[in-house]
Structures are given as structure tokens and as C-alpha cells.
Design a protein around this ligand. Sequence first.
Ligand SMILES: [Zn+2]
Ligand SMILES: [Zn+2]
Length: 351
Amino acid sequence: VRAGVFRGVGDVRVEEVTEPRIRNVADVVVRVVRSSVCGSDLWPYRGVEPWESGWRTGHEITGVIEEVGSEVSTLAVGDLVVSAFAWSCGSCSFCREGLQTSCRTVQFPGRGGQDGGHAERARIPMAEGSVWKVPSSTPEERYDAVHLLSDVLLTGYHAALMSGLAERTGVAEAVGPAVVIGDGAVGLSALACAKYFGASPVVVVGHHEDRLSTARTLGADYTTALEGRDLSAFVNEVTDGGPRSVMECVGATAAVKAAVILARPGGSVAMVGVPTAVEKWPMGLAFAKNLTLRIGVAPVRAYMDHLGPVVASGALDVAPIASHRFALEELGAAYEAMDRRQCIKAMVIPK
Ligand SMILES: [Zn+2]
Ligand SMILES: [Zn+2]
């Protein structure tokens, strides 16, 4: 089969690789119908994170099951499934607690020679603990949105939950304002989830006019740049003294600082941006403001059960985040477009 293979910094190719086969009793093999390039795929691509030459690429996978291992009982050939970006057993104590990213036998697509999502077909280990079955009634026009459950959408959902929004949902007028820092796919997902929980107004702080325009499409009440005008004065004004919920979806020093500065005293800051370049944390200010700080990687497999049906039914439409489409053979161009920030999310769709 054809699959994306990492060959060095700035060099991801589509090559002929060994046909995926069931190797363990809990495996499934899927025909990939959607995959995508993630912001975090760019770290090996840019040489920031080590990735071996020959390892596959792509951790966001939606596919139709073609083969099942002998101990797979809840999934069947023909099922459409979305795979979490972290593969988990589904039965250890962390999986049972809903923290599948800390599974005792966690594995990741591509890493260590695993199959990746940028492929015509892929083997998914520990399938029952790793994938979510898409309702068969889901029309194909929702596949892009459903595919985003594999990572970015549920990372944004994690931010919304950790920033306390869900706790205030259902209490009239108590959800209140929220600020999202970051206009990438995760930031836009956090925005969509904040609106879903009823936050208002929601301010999205970003850099790129095209992405901020998508933010407005997804319901952002205000969009603004991180630099330039007095961000703090602006946010204070439109949120009546600062938001209780701030979602930091970048993972760089300036974004973390801004999150702590913008939060209302007594508020919550959720950090889901992978901290790649956070040198200094504004702990003193967070202390003075009595902030609740939460940080972490999203256990997306747990959240698929919450938000999957909402997305599959069309009640939450996040398709605008899936901004560009590439054929599998155009994988190199998809990486370049993401690297140059020419698109929000590069969908990679095998023929
Ligand atoms: Zn991802
Ligand atoms: Zn586990």
C-alpha cells in the first residue's frame, strides 16, 4: 500500500510499504477514508522532535474496518471508526478513569514502526480501546467534522472543560465570557466548544486574518491580534473585567503569559497548547490573581463518547476547520501548506 514515510527534516514522501495485516488479537485493519496533517506533525518535519527515517506519518485516522482480530467483538468489518491519536488498551486503571493518554500500554501511530494515518490502509492495535465507532446514519458530508474527533476538536473540548465552562453550563447567565488564545485548529475547536457550552462573548486572540475570519464563521464574538493594540484593555472592556475561562491553545511563552494576564481574578486558565517553547511561567501573577491553572494532553478517546454523537448528528458543525484537501500523493504539498501556515487543517484523503 501507499503510505507517508518520514525521510528526514522537511522530507515526507509517499512510498510503497508492506500491506497492513492483523498481528495481534485486538487489532483491526482499516481502509483510511480521512487523515490529516497536524500542527504537531510539523515538529519532526522541522527537526524539533526526533523521528526516525523510515517511520510512518499521520496520527489522525478515520477509516472503514476491513479486518478484525480474533478478540475484537464490539467492532466489525464495514464499521466506520475514528481513531484517537493515542492508542490505549481500554481496560487498565488509567483507561477506566478516562485518562487513556496515560494508558499503561499506550502506543502512538507511526512511532516505533507503527502504521500511520497518511496511508491507504493502516493497522490499529488495541482497537476496542482506541477507536470510536461512527453511527452508521452519519452522512458523508460530516466525515470531515467527525474526523476532527481524532485530535484537534477534542483537544479544544479538553480546553473548554478544563477552563470550567462545562461546570457553568445550564446555570442561566453563569457561563459568561471566555477567551481563546490561538487561531490554529485547536484554538478554533476550543472556540466551537466554548460556544457549544454557551459562553458569551468569546474572544479569539490570533495572528492570521484568514483563521480569524473562520473564527467569526464559527461564532467568535470578537477576534483580535496578540500584538498591537492593548489586548488586556480590550478584553477587560468586552468581558466586564476579564473572563473566568481562558483557553491557551498555542504552547509558547507569549501565549501562556497572555492567558494569565487576561484571566479574571479567581478564574481558570486551561493550557492545551503543547509547551514547546515556554521558558518562563508567570506564576507570581497567577498566584496574585488566585487562578486555577490546568494543563494537559487531551484524553480524546474518553471524549469521543461525549462529543462524537453531537458532531455526527450535525448539532456541532466544525467542518470549516478542515480548510484544505489534499490527495495522499500530494502529502508533501500538504506538509508545506501547514508549515507555511497557508491552511488551518490539511485533510489528506486517499483515493
Ligand atoms: Zn494531531
Ligand atoms: Zn489502558
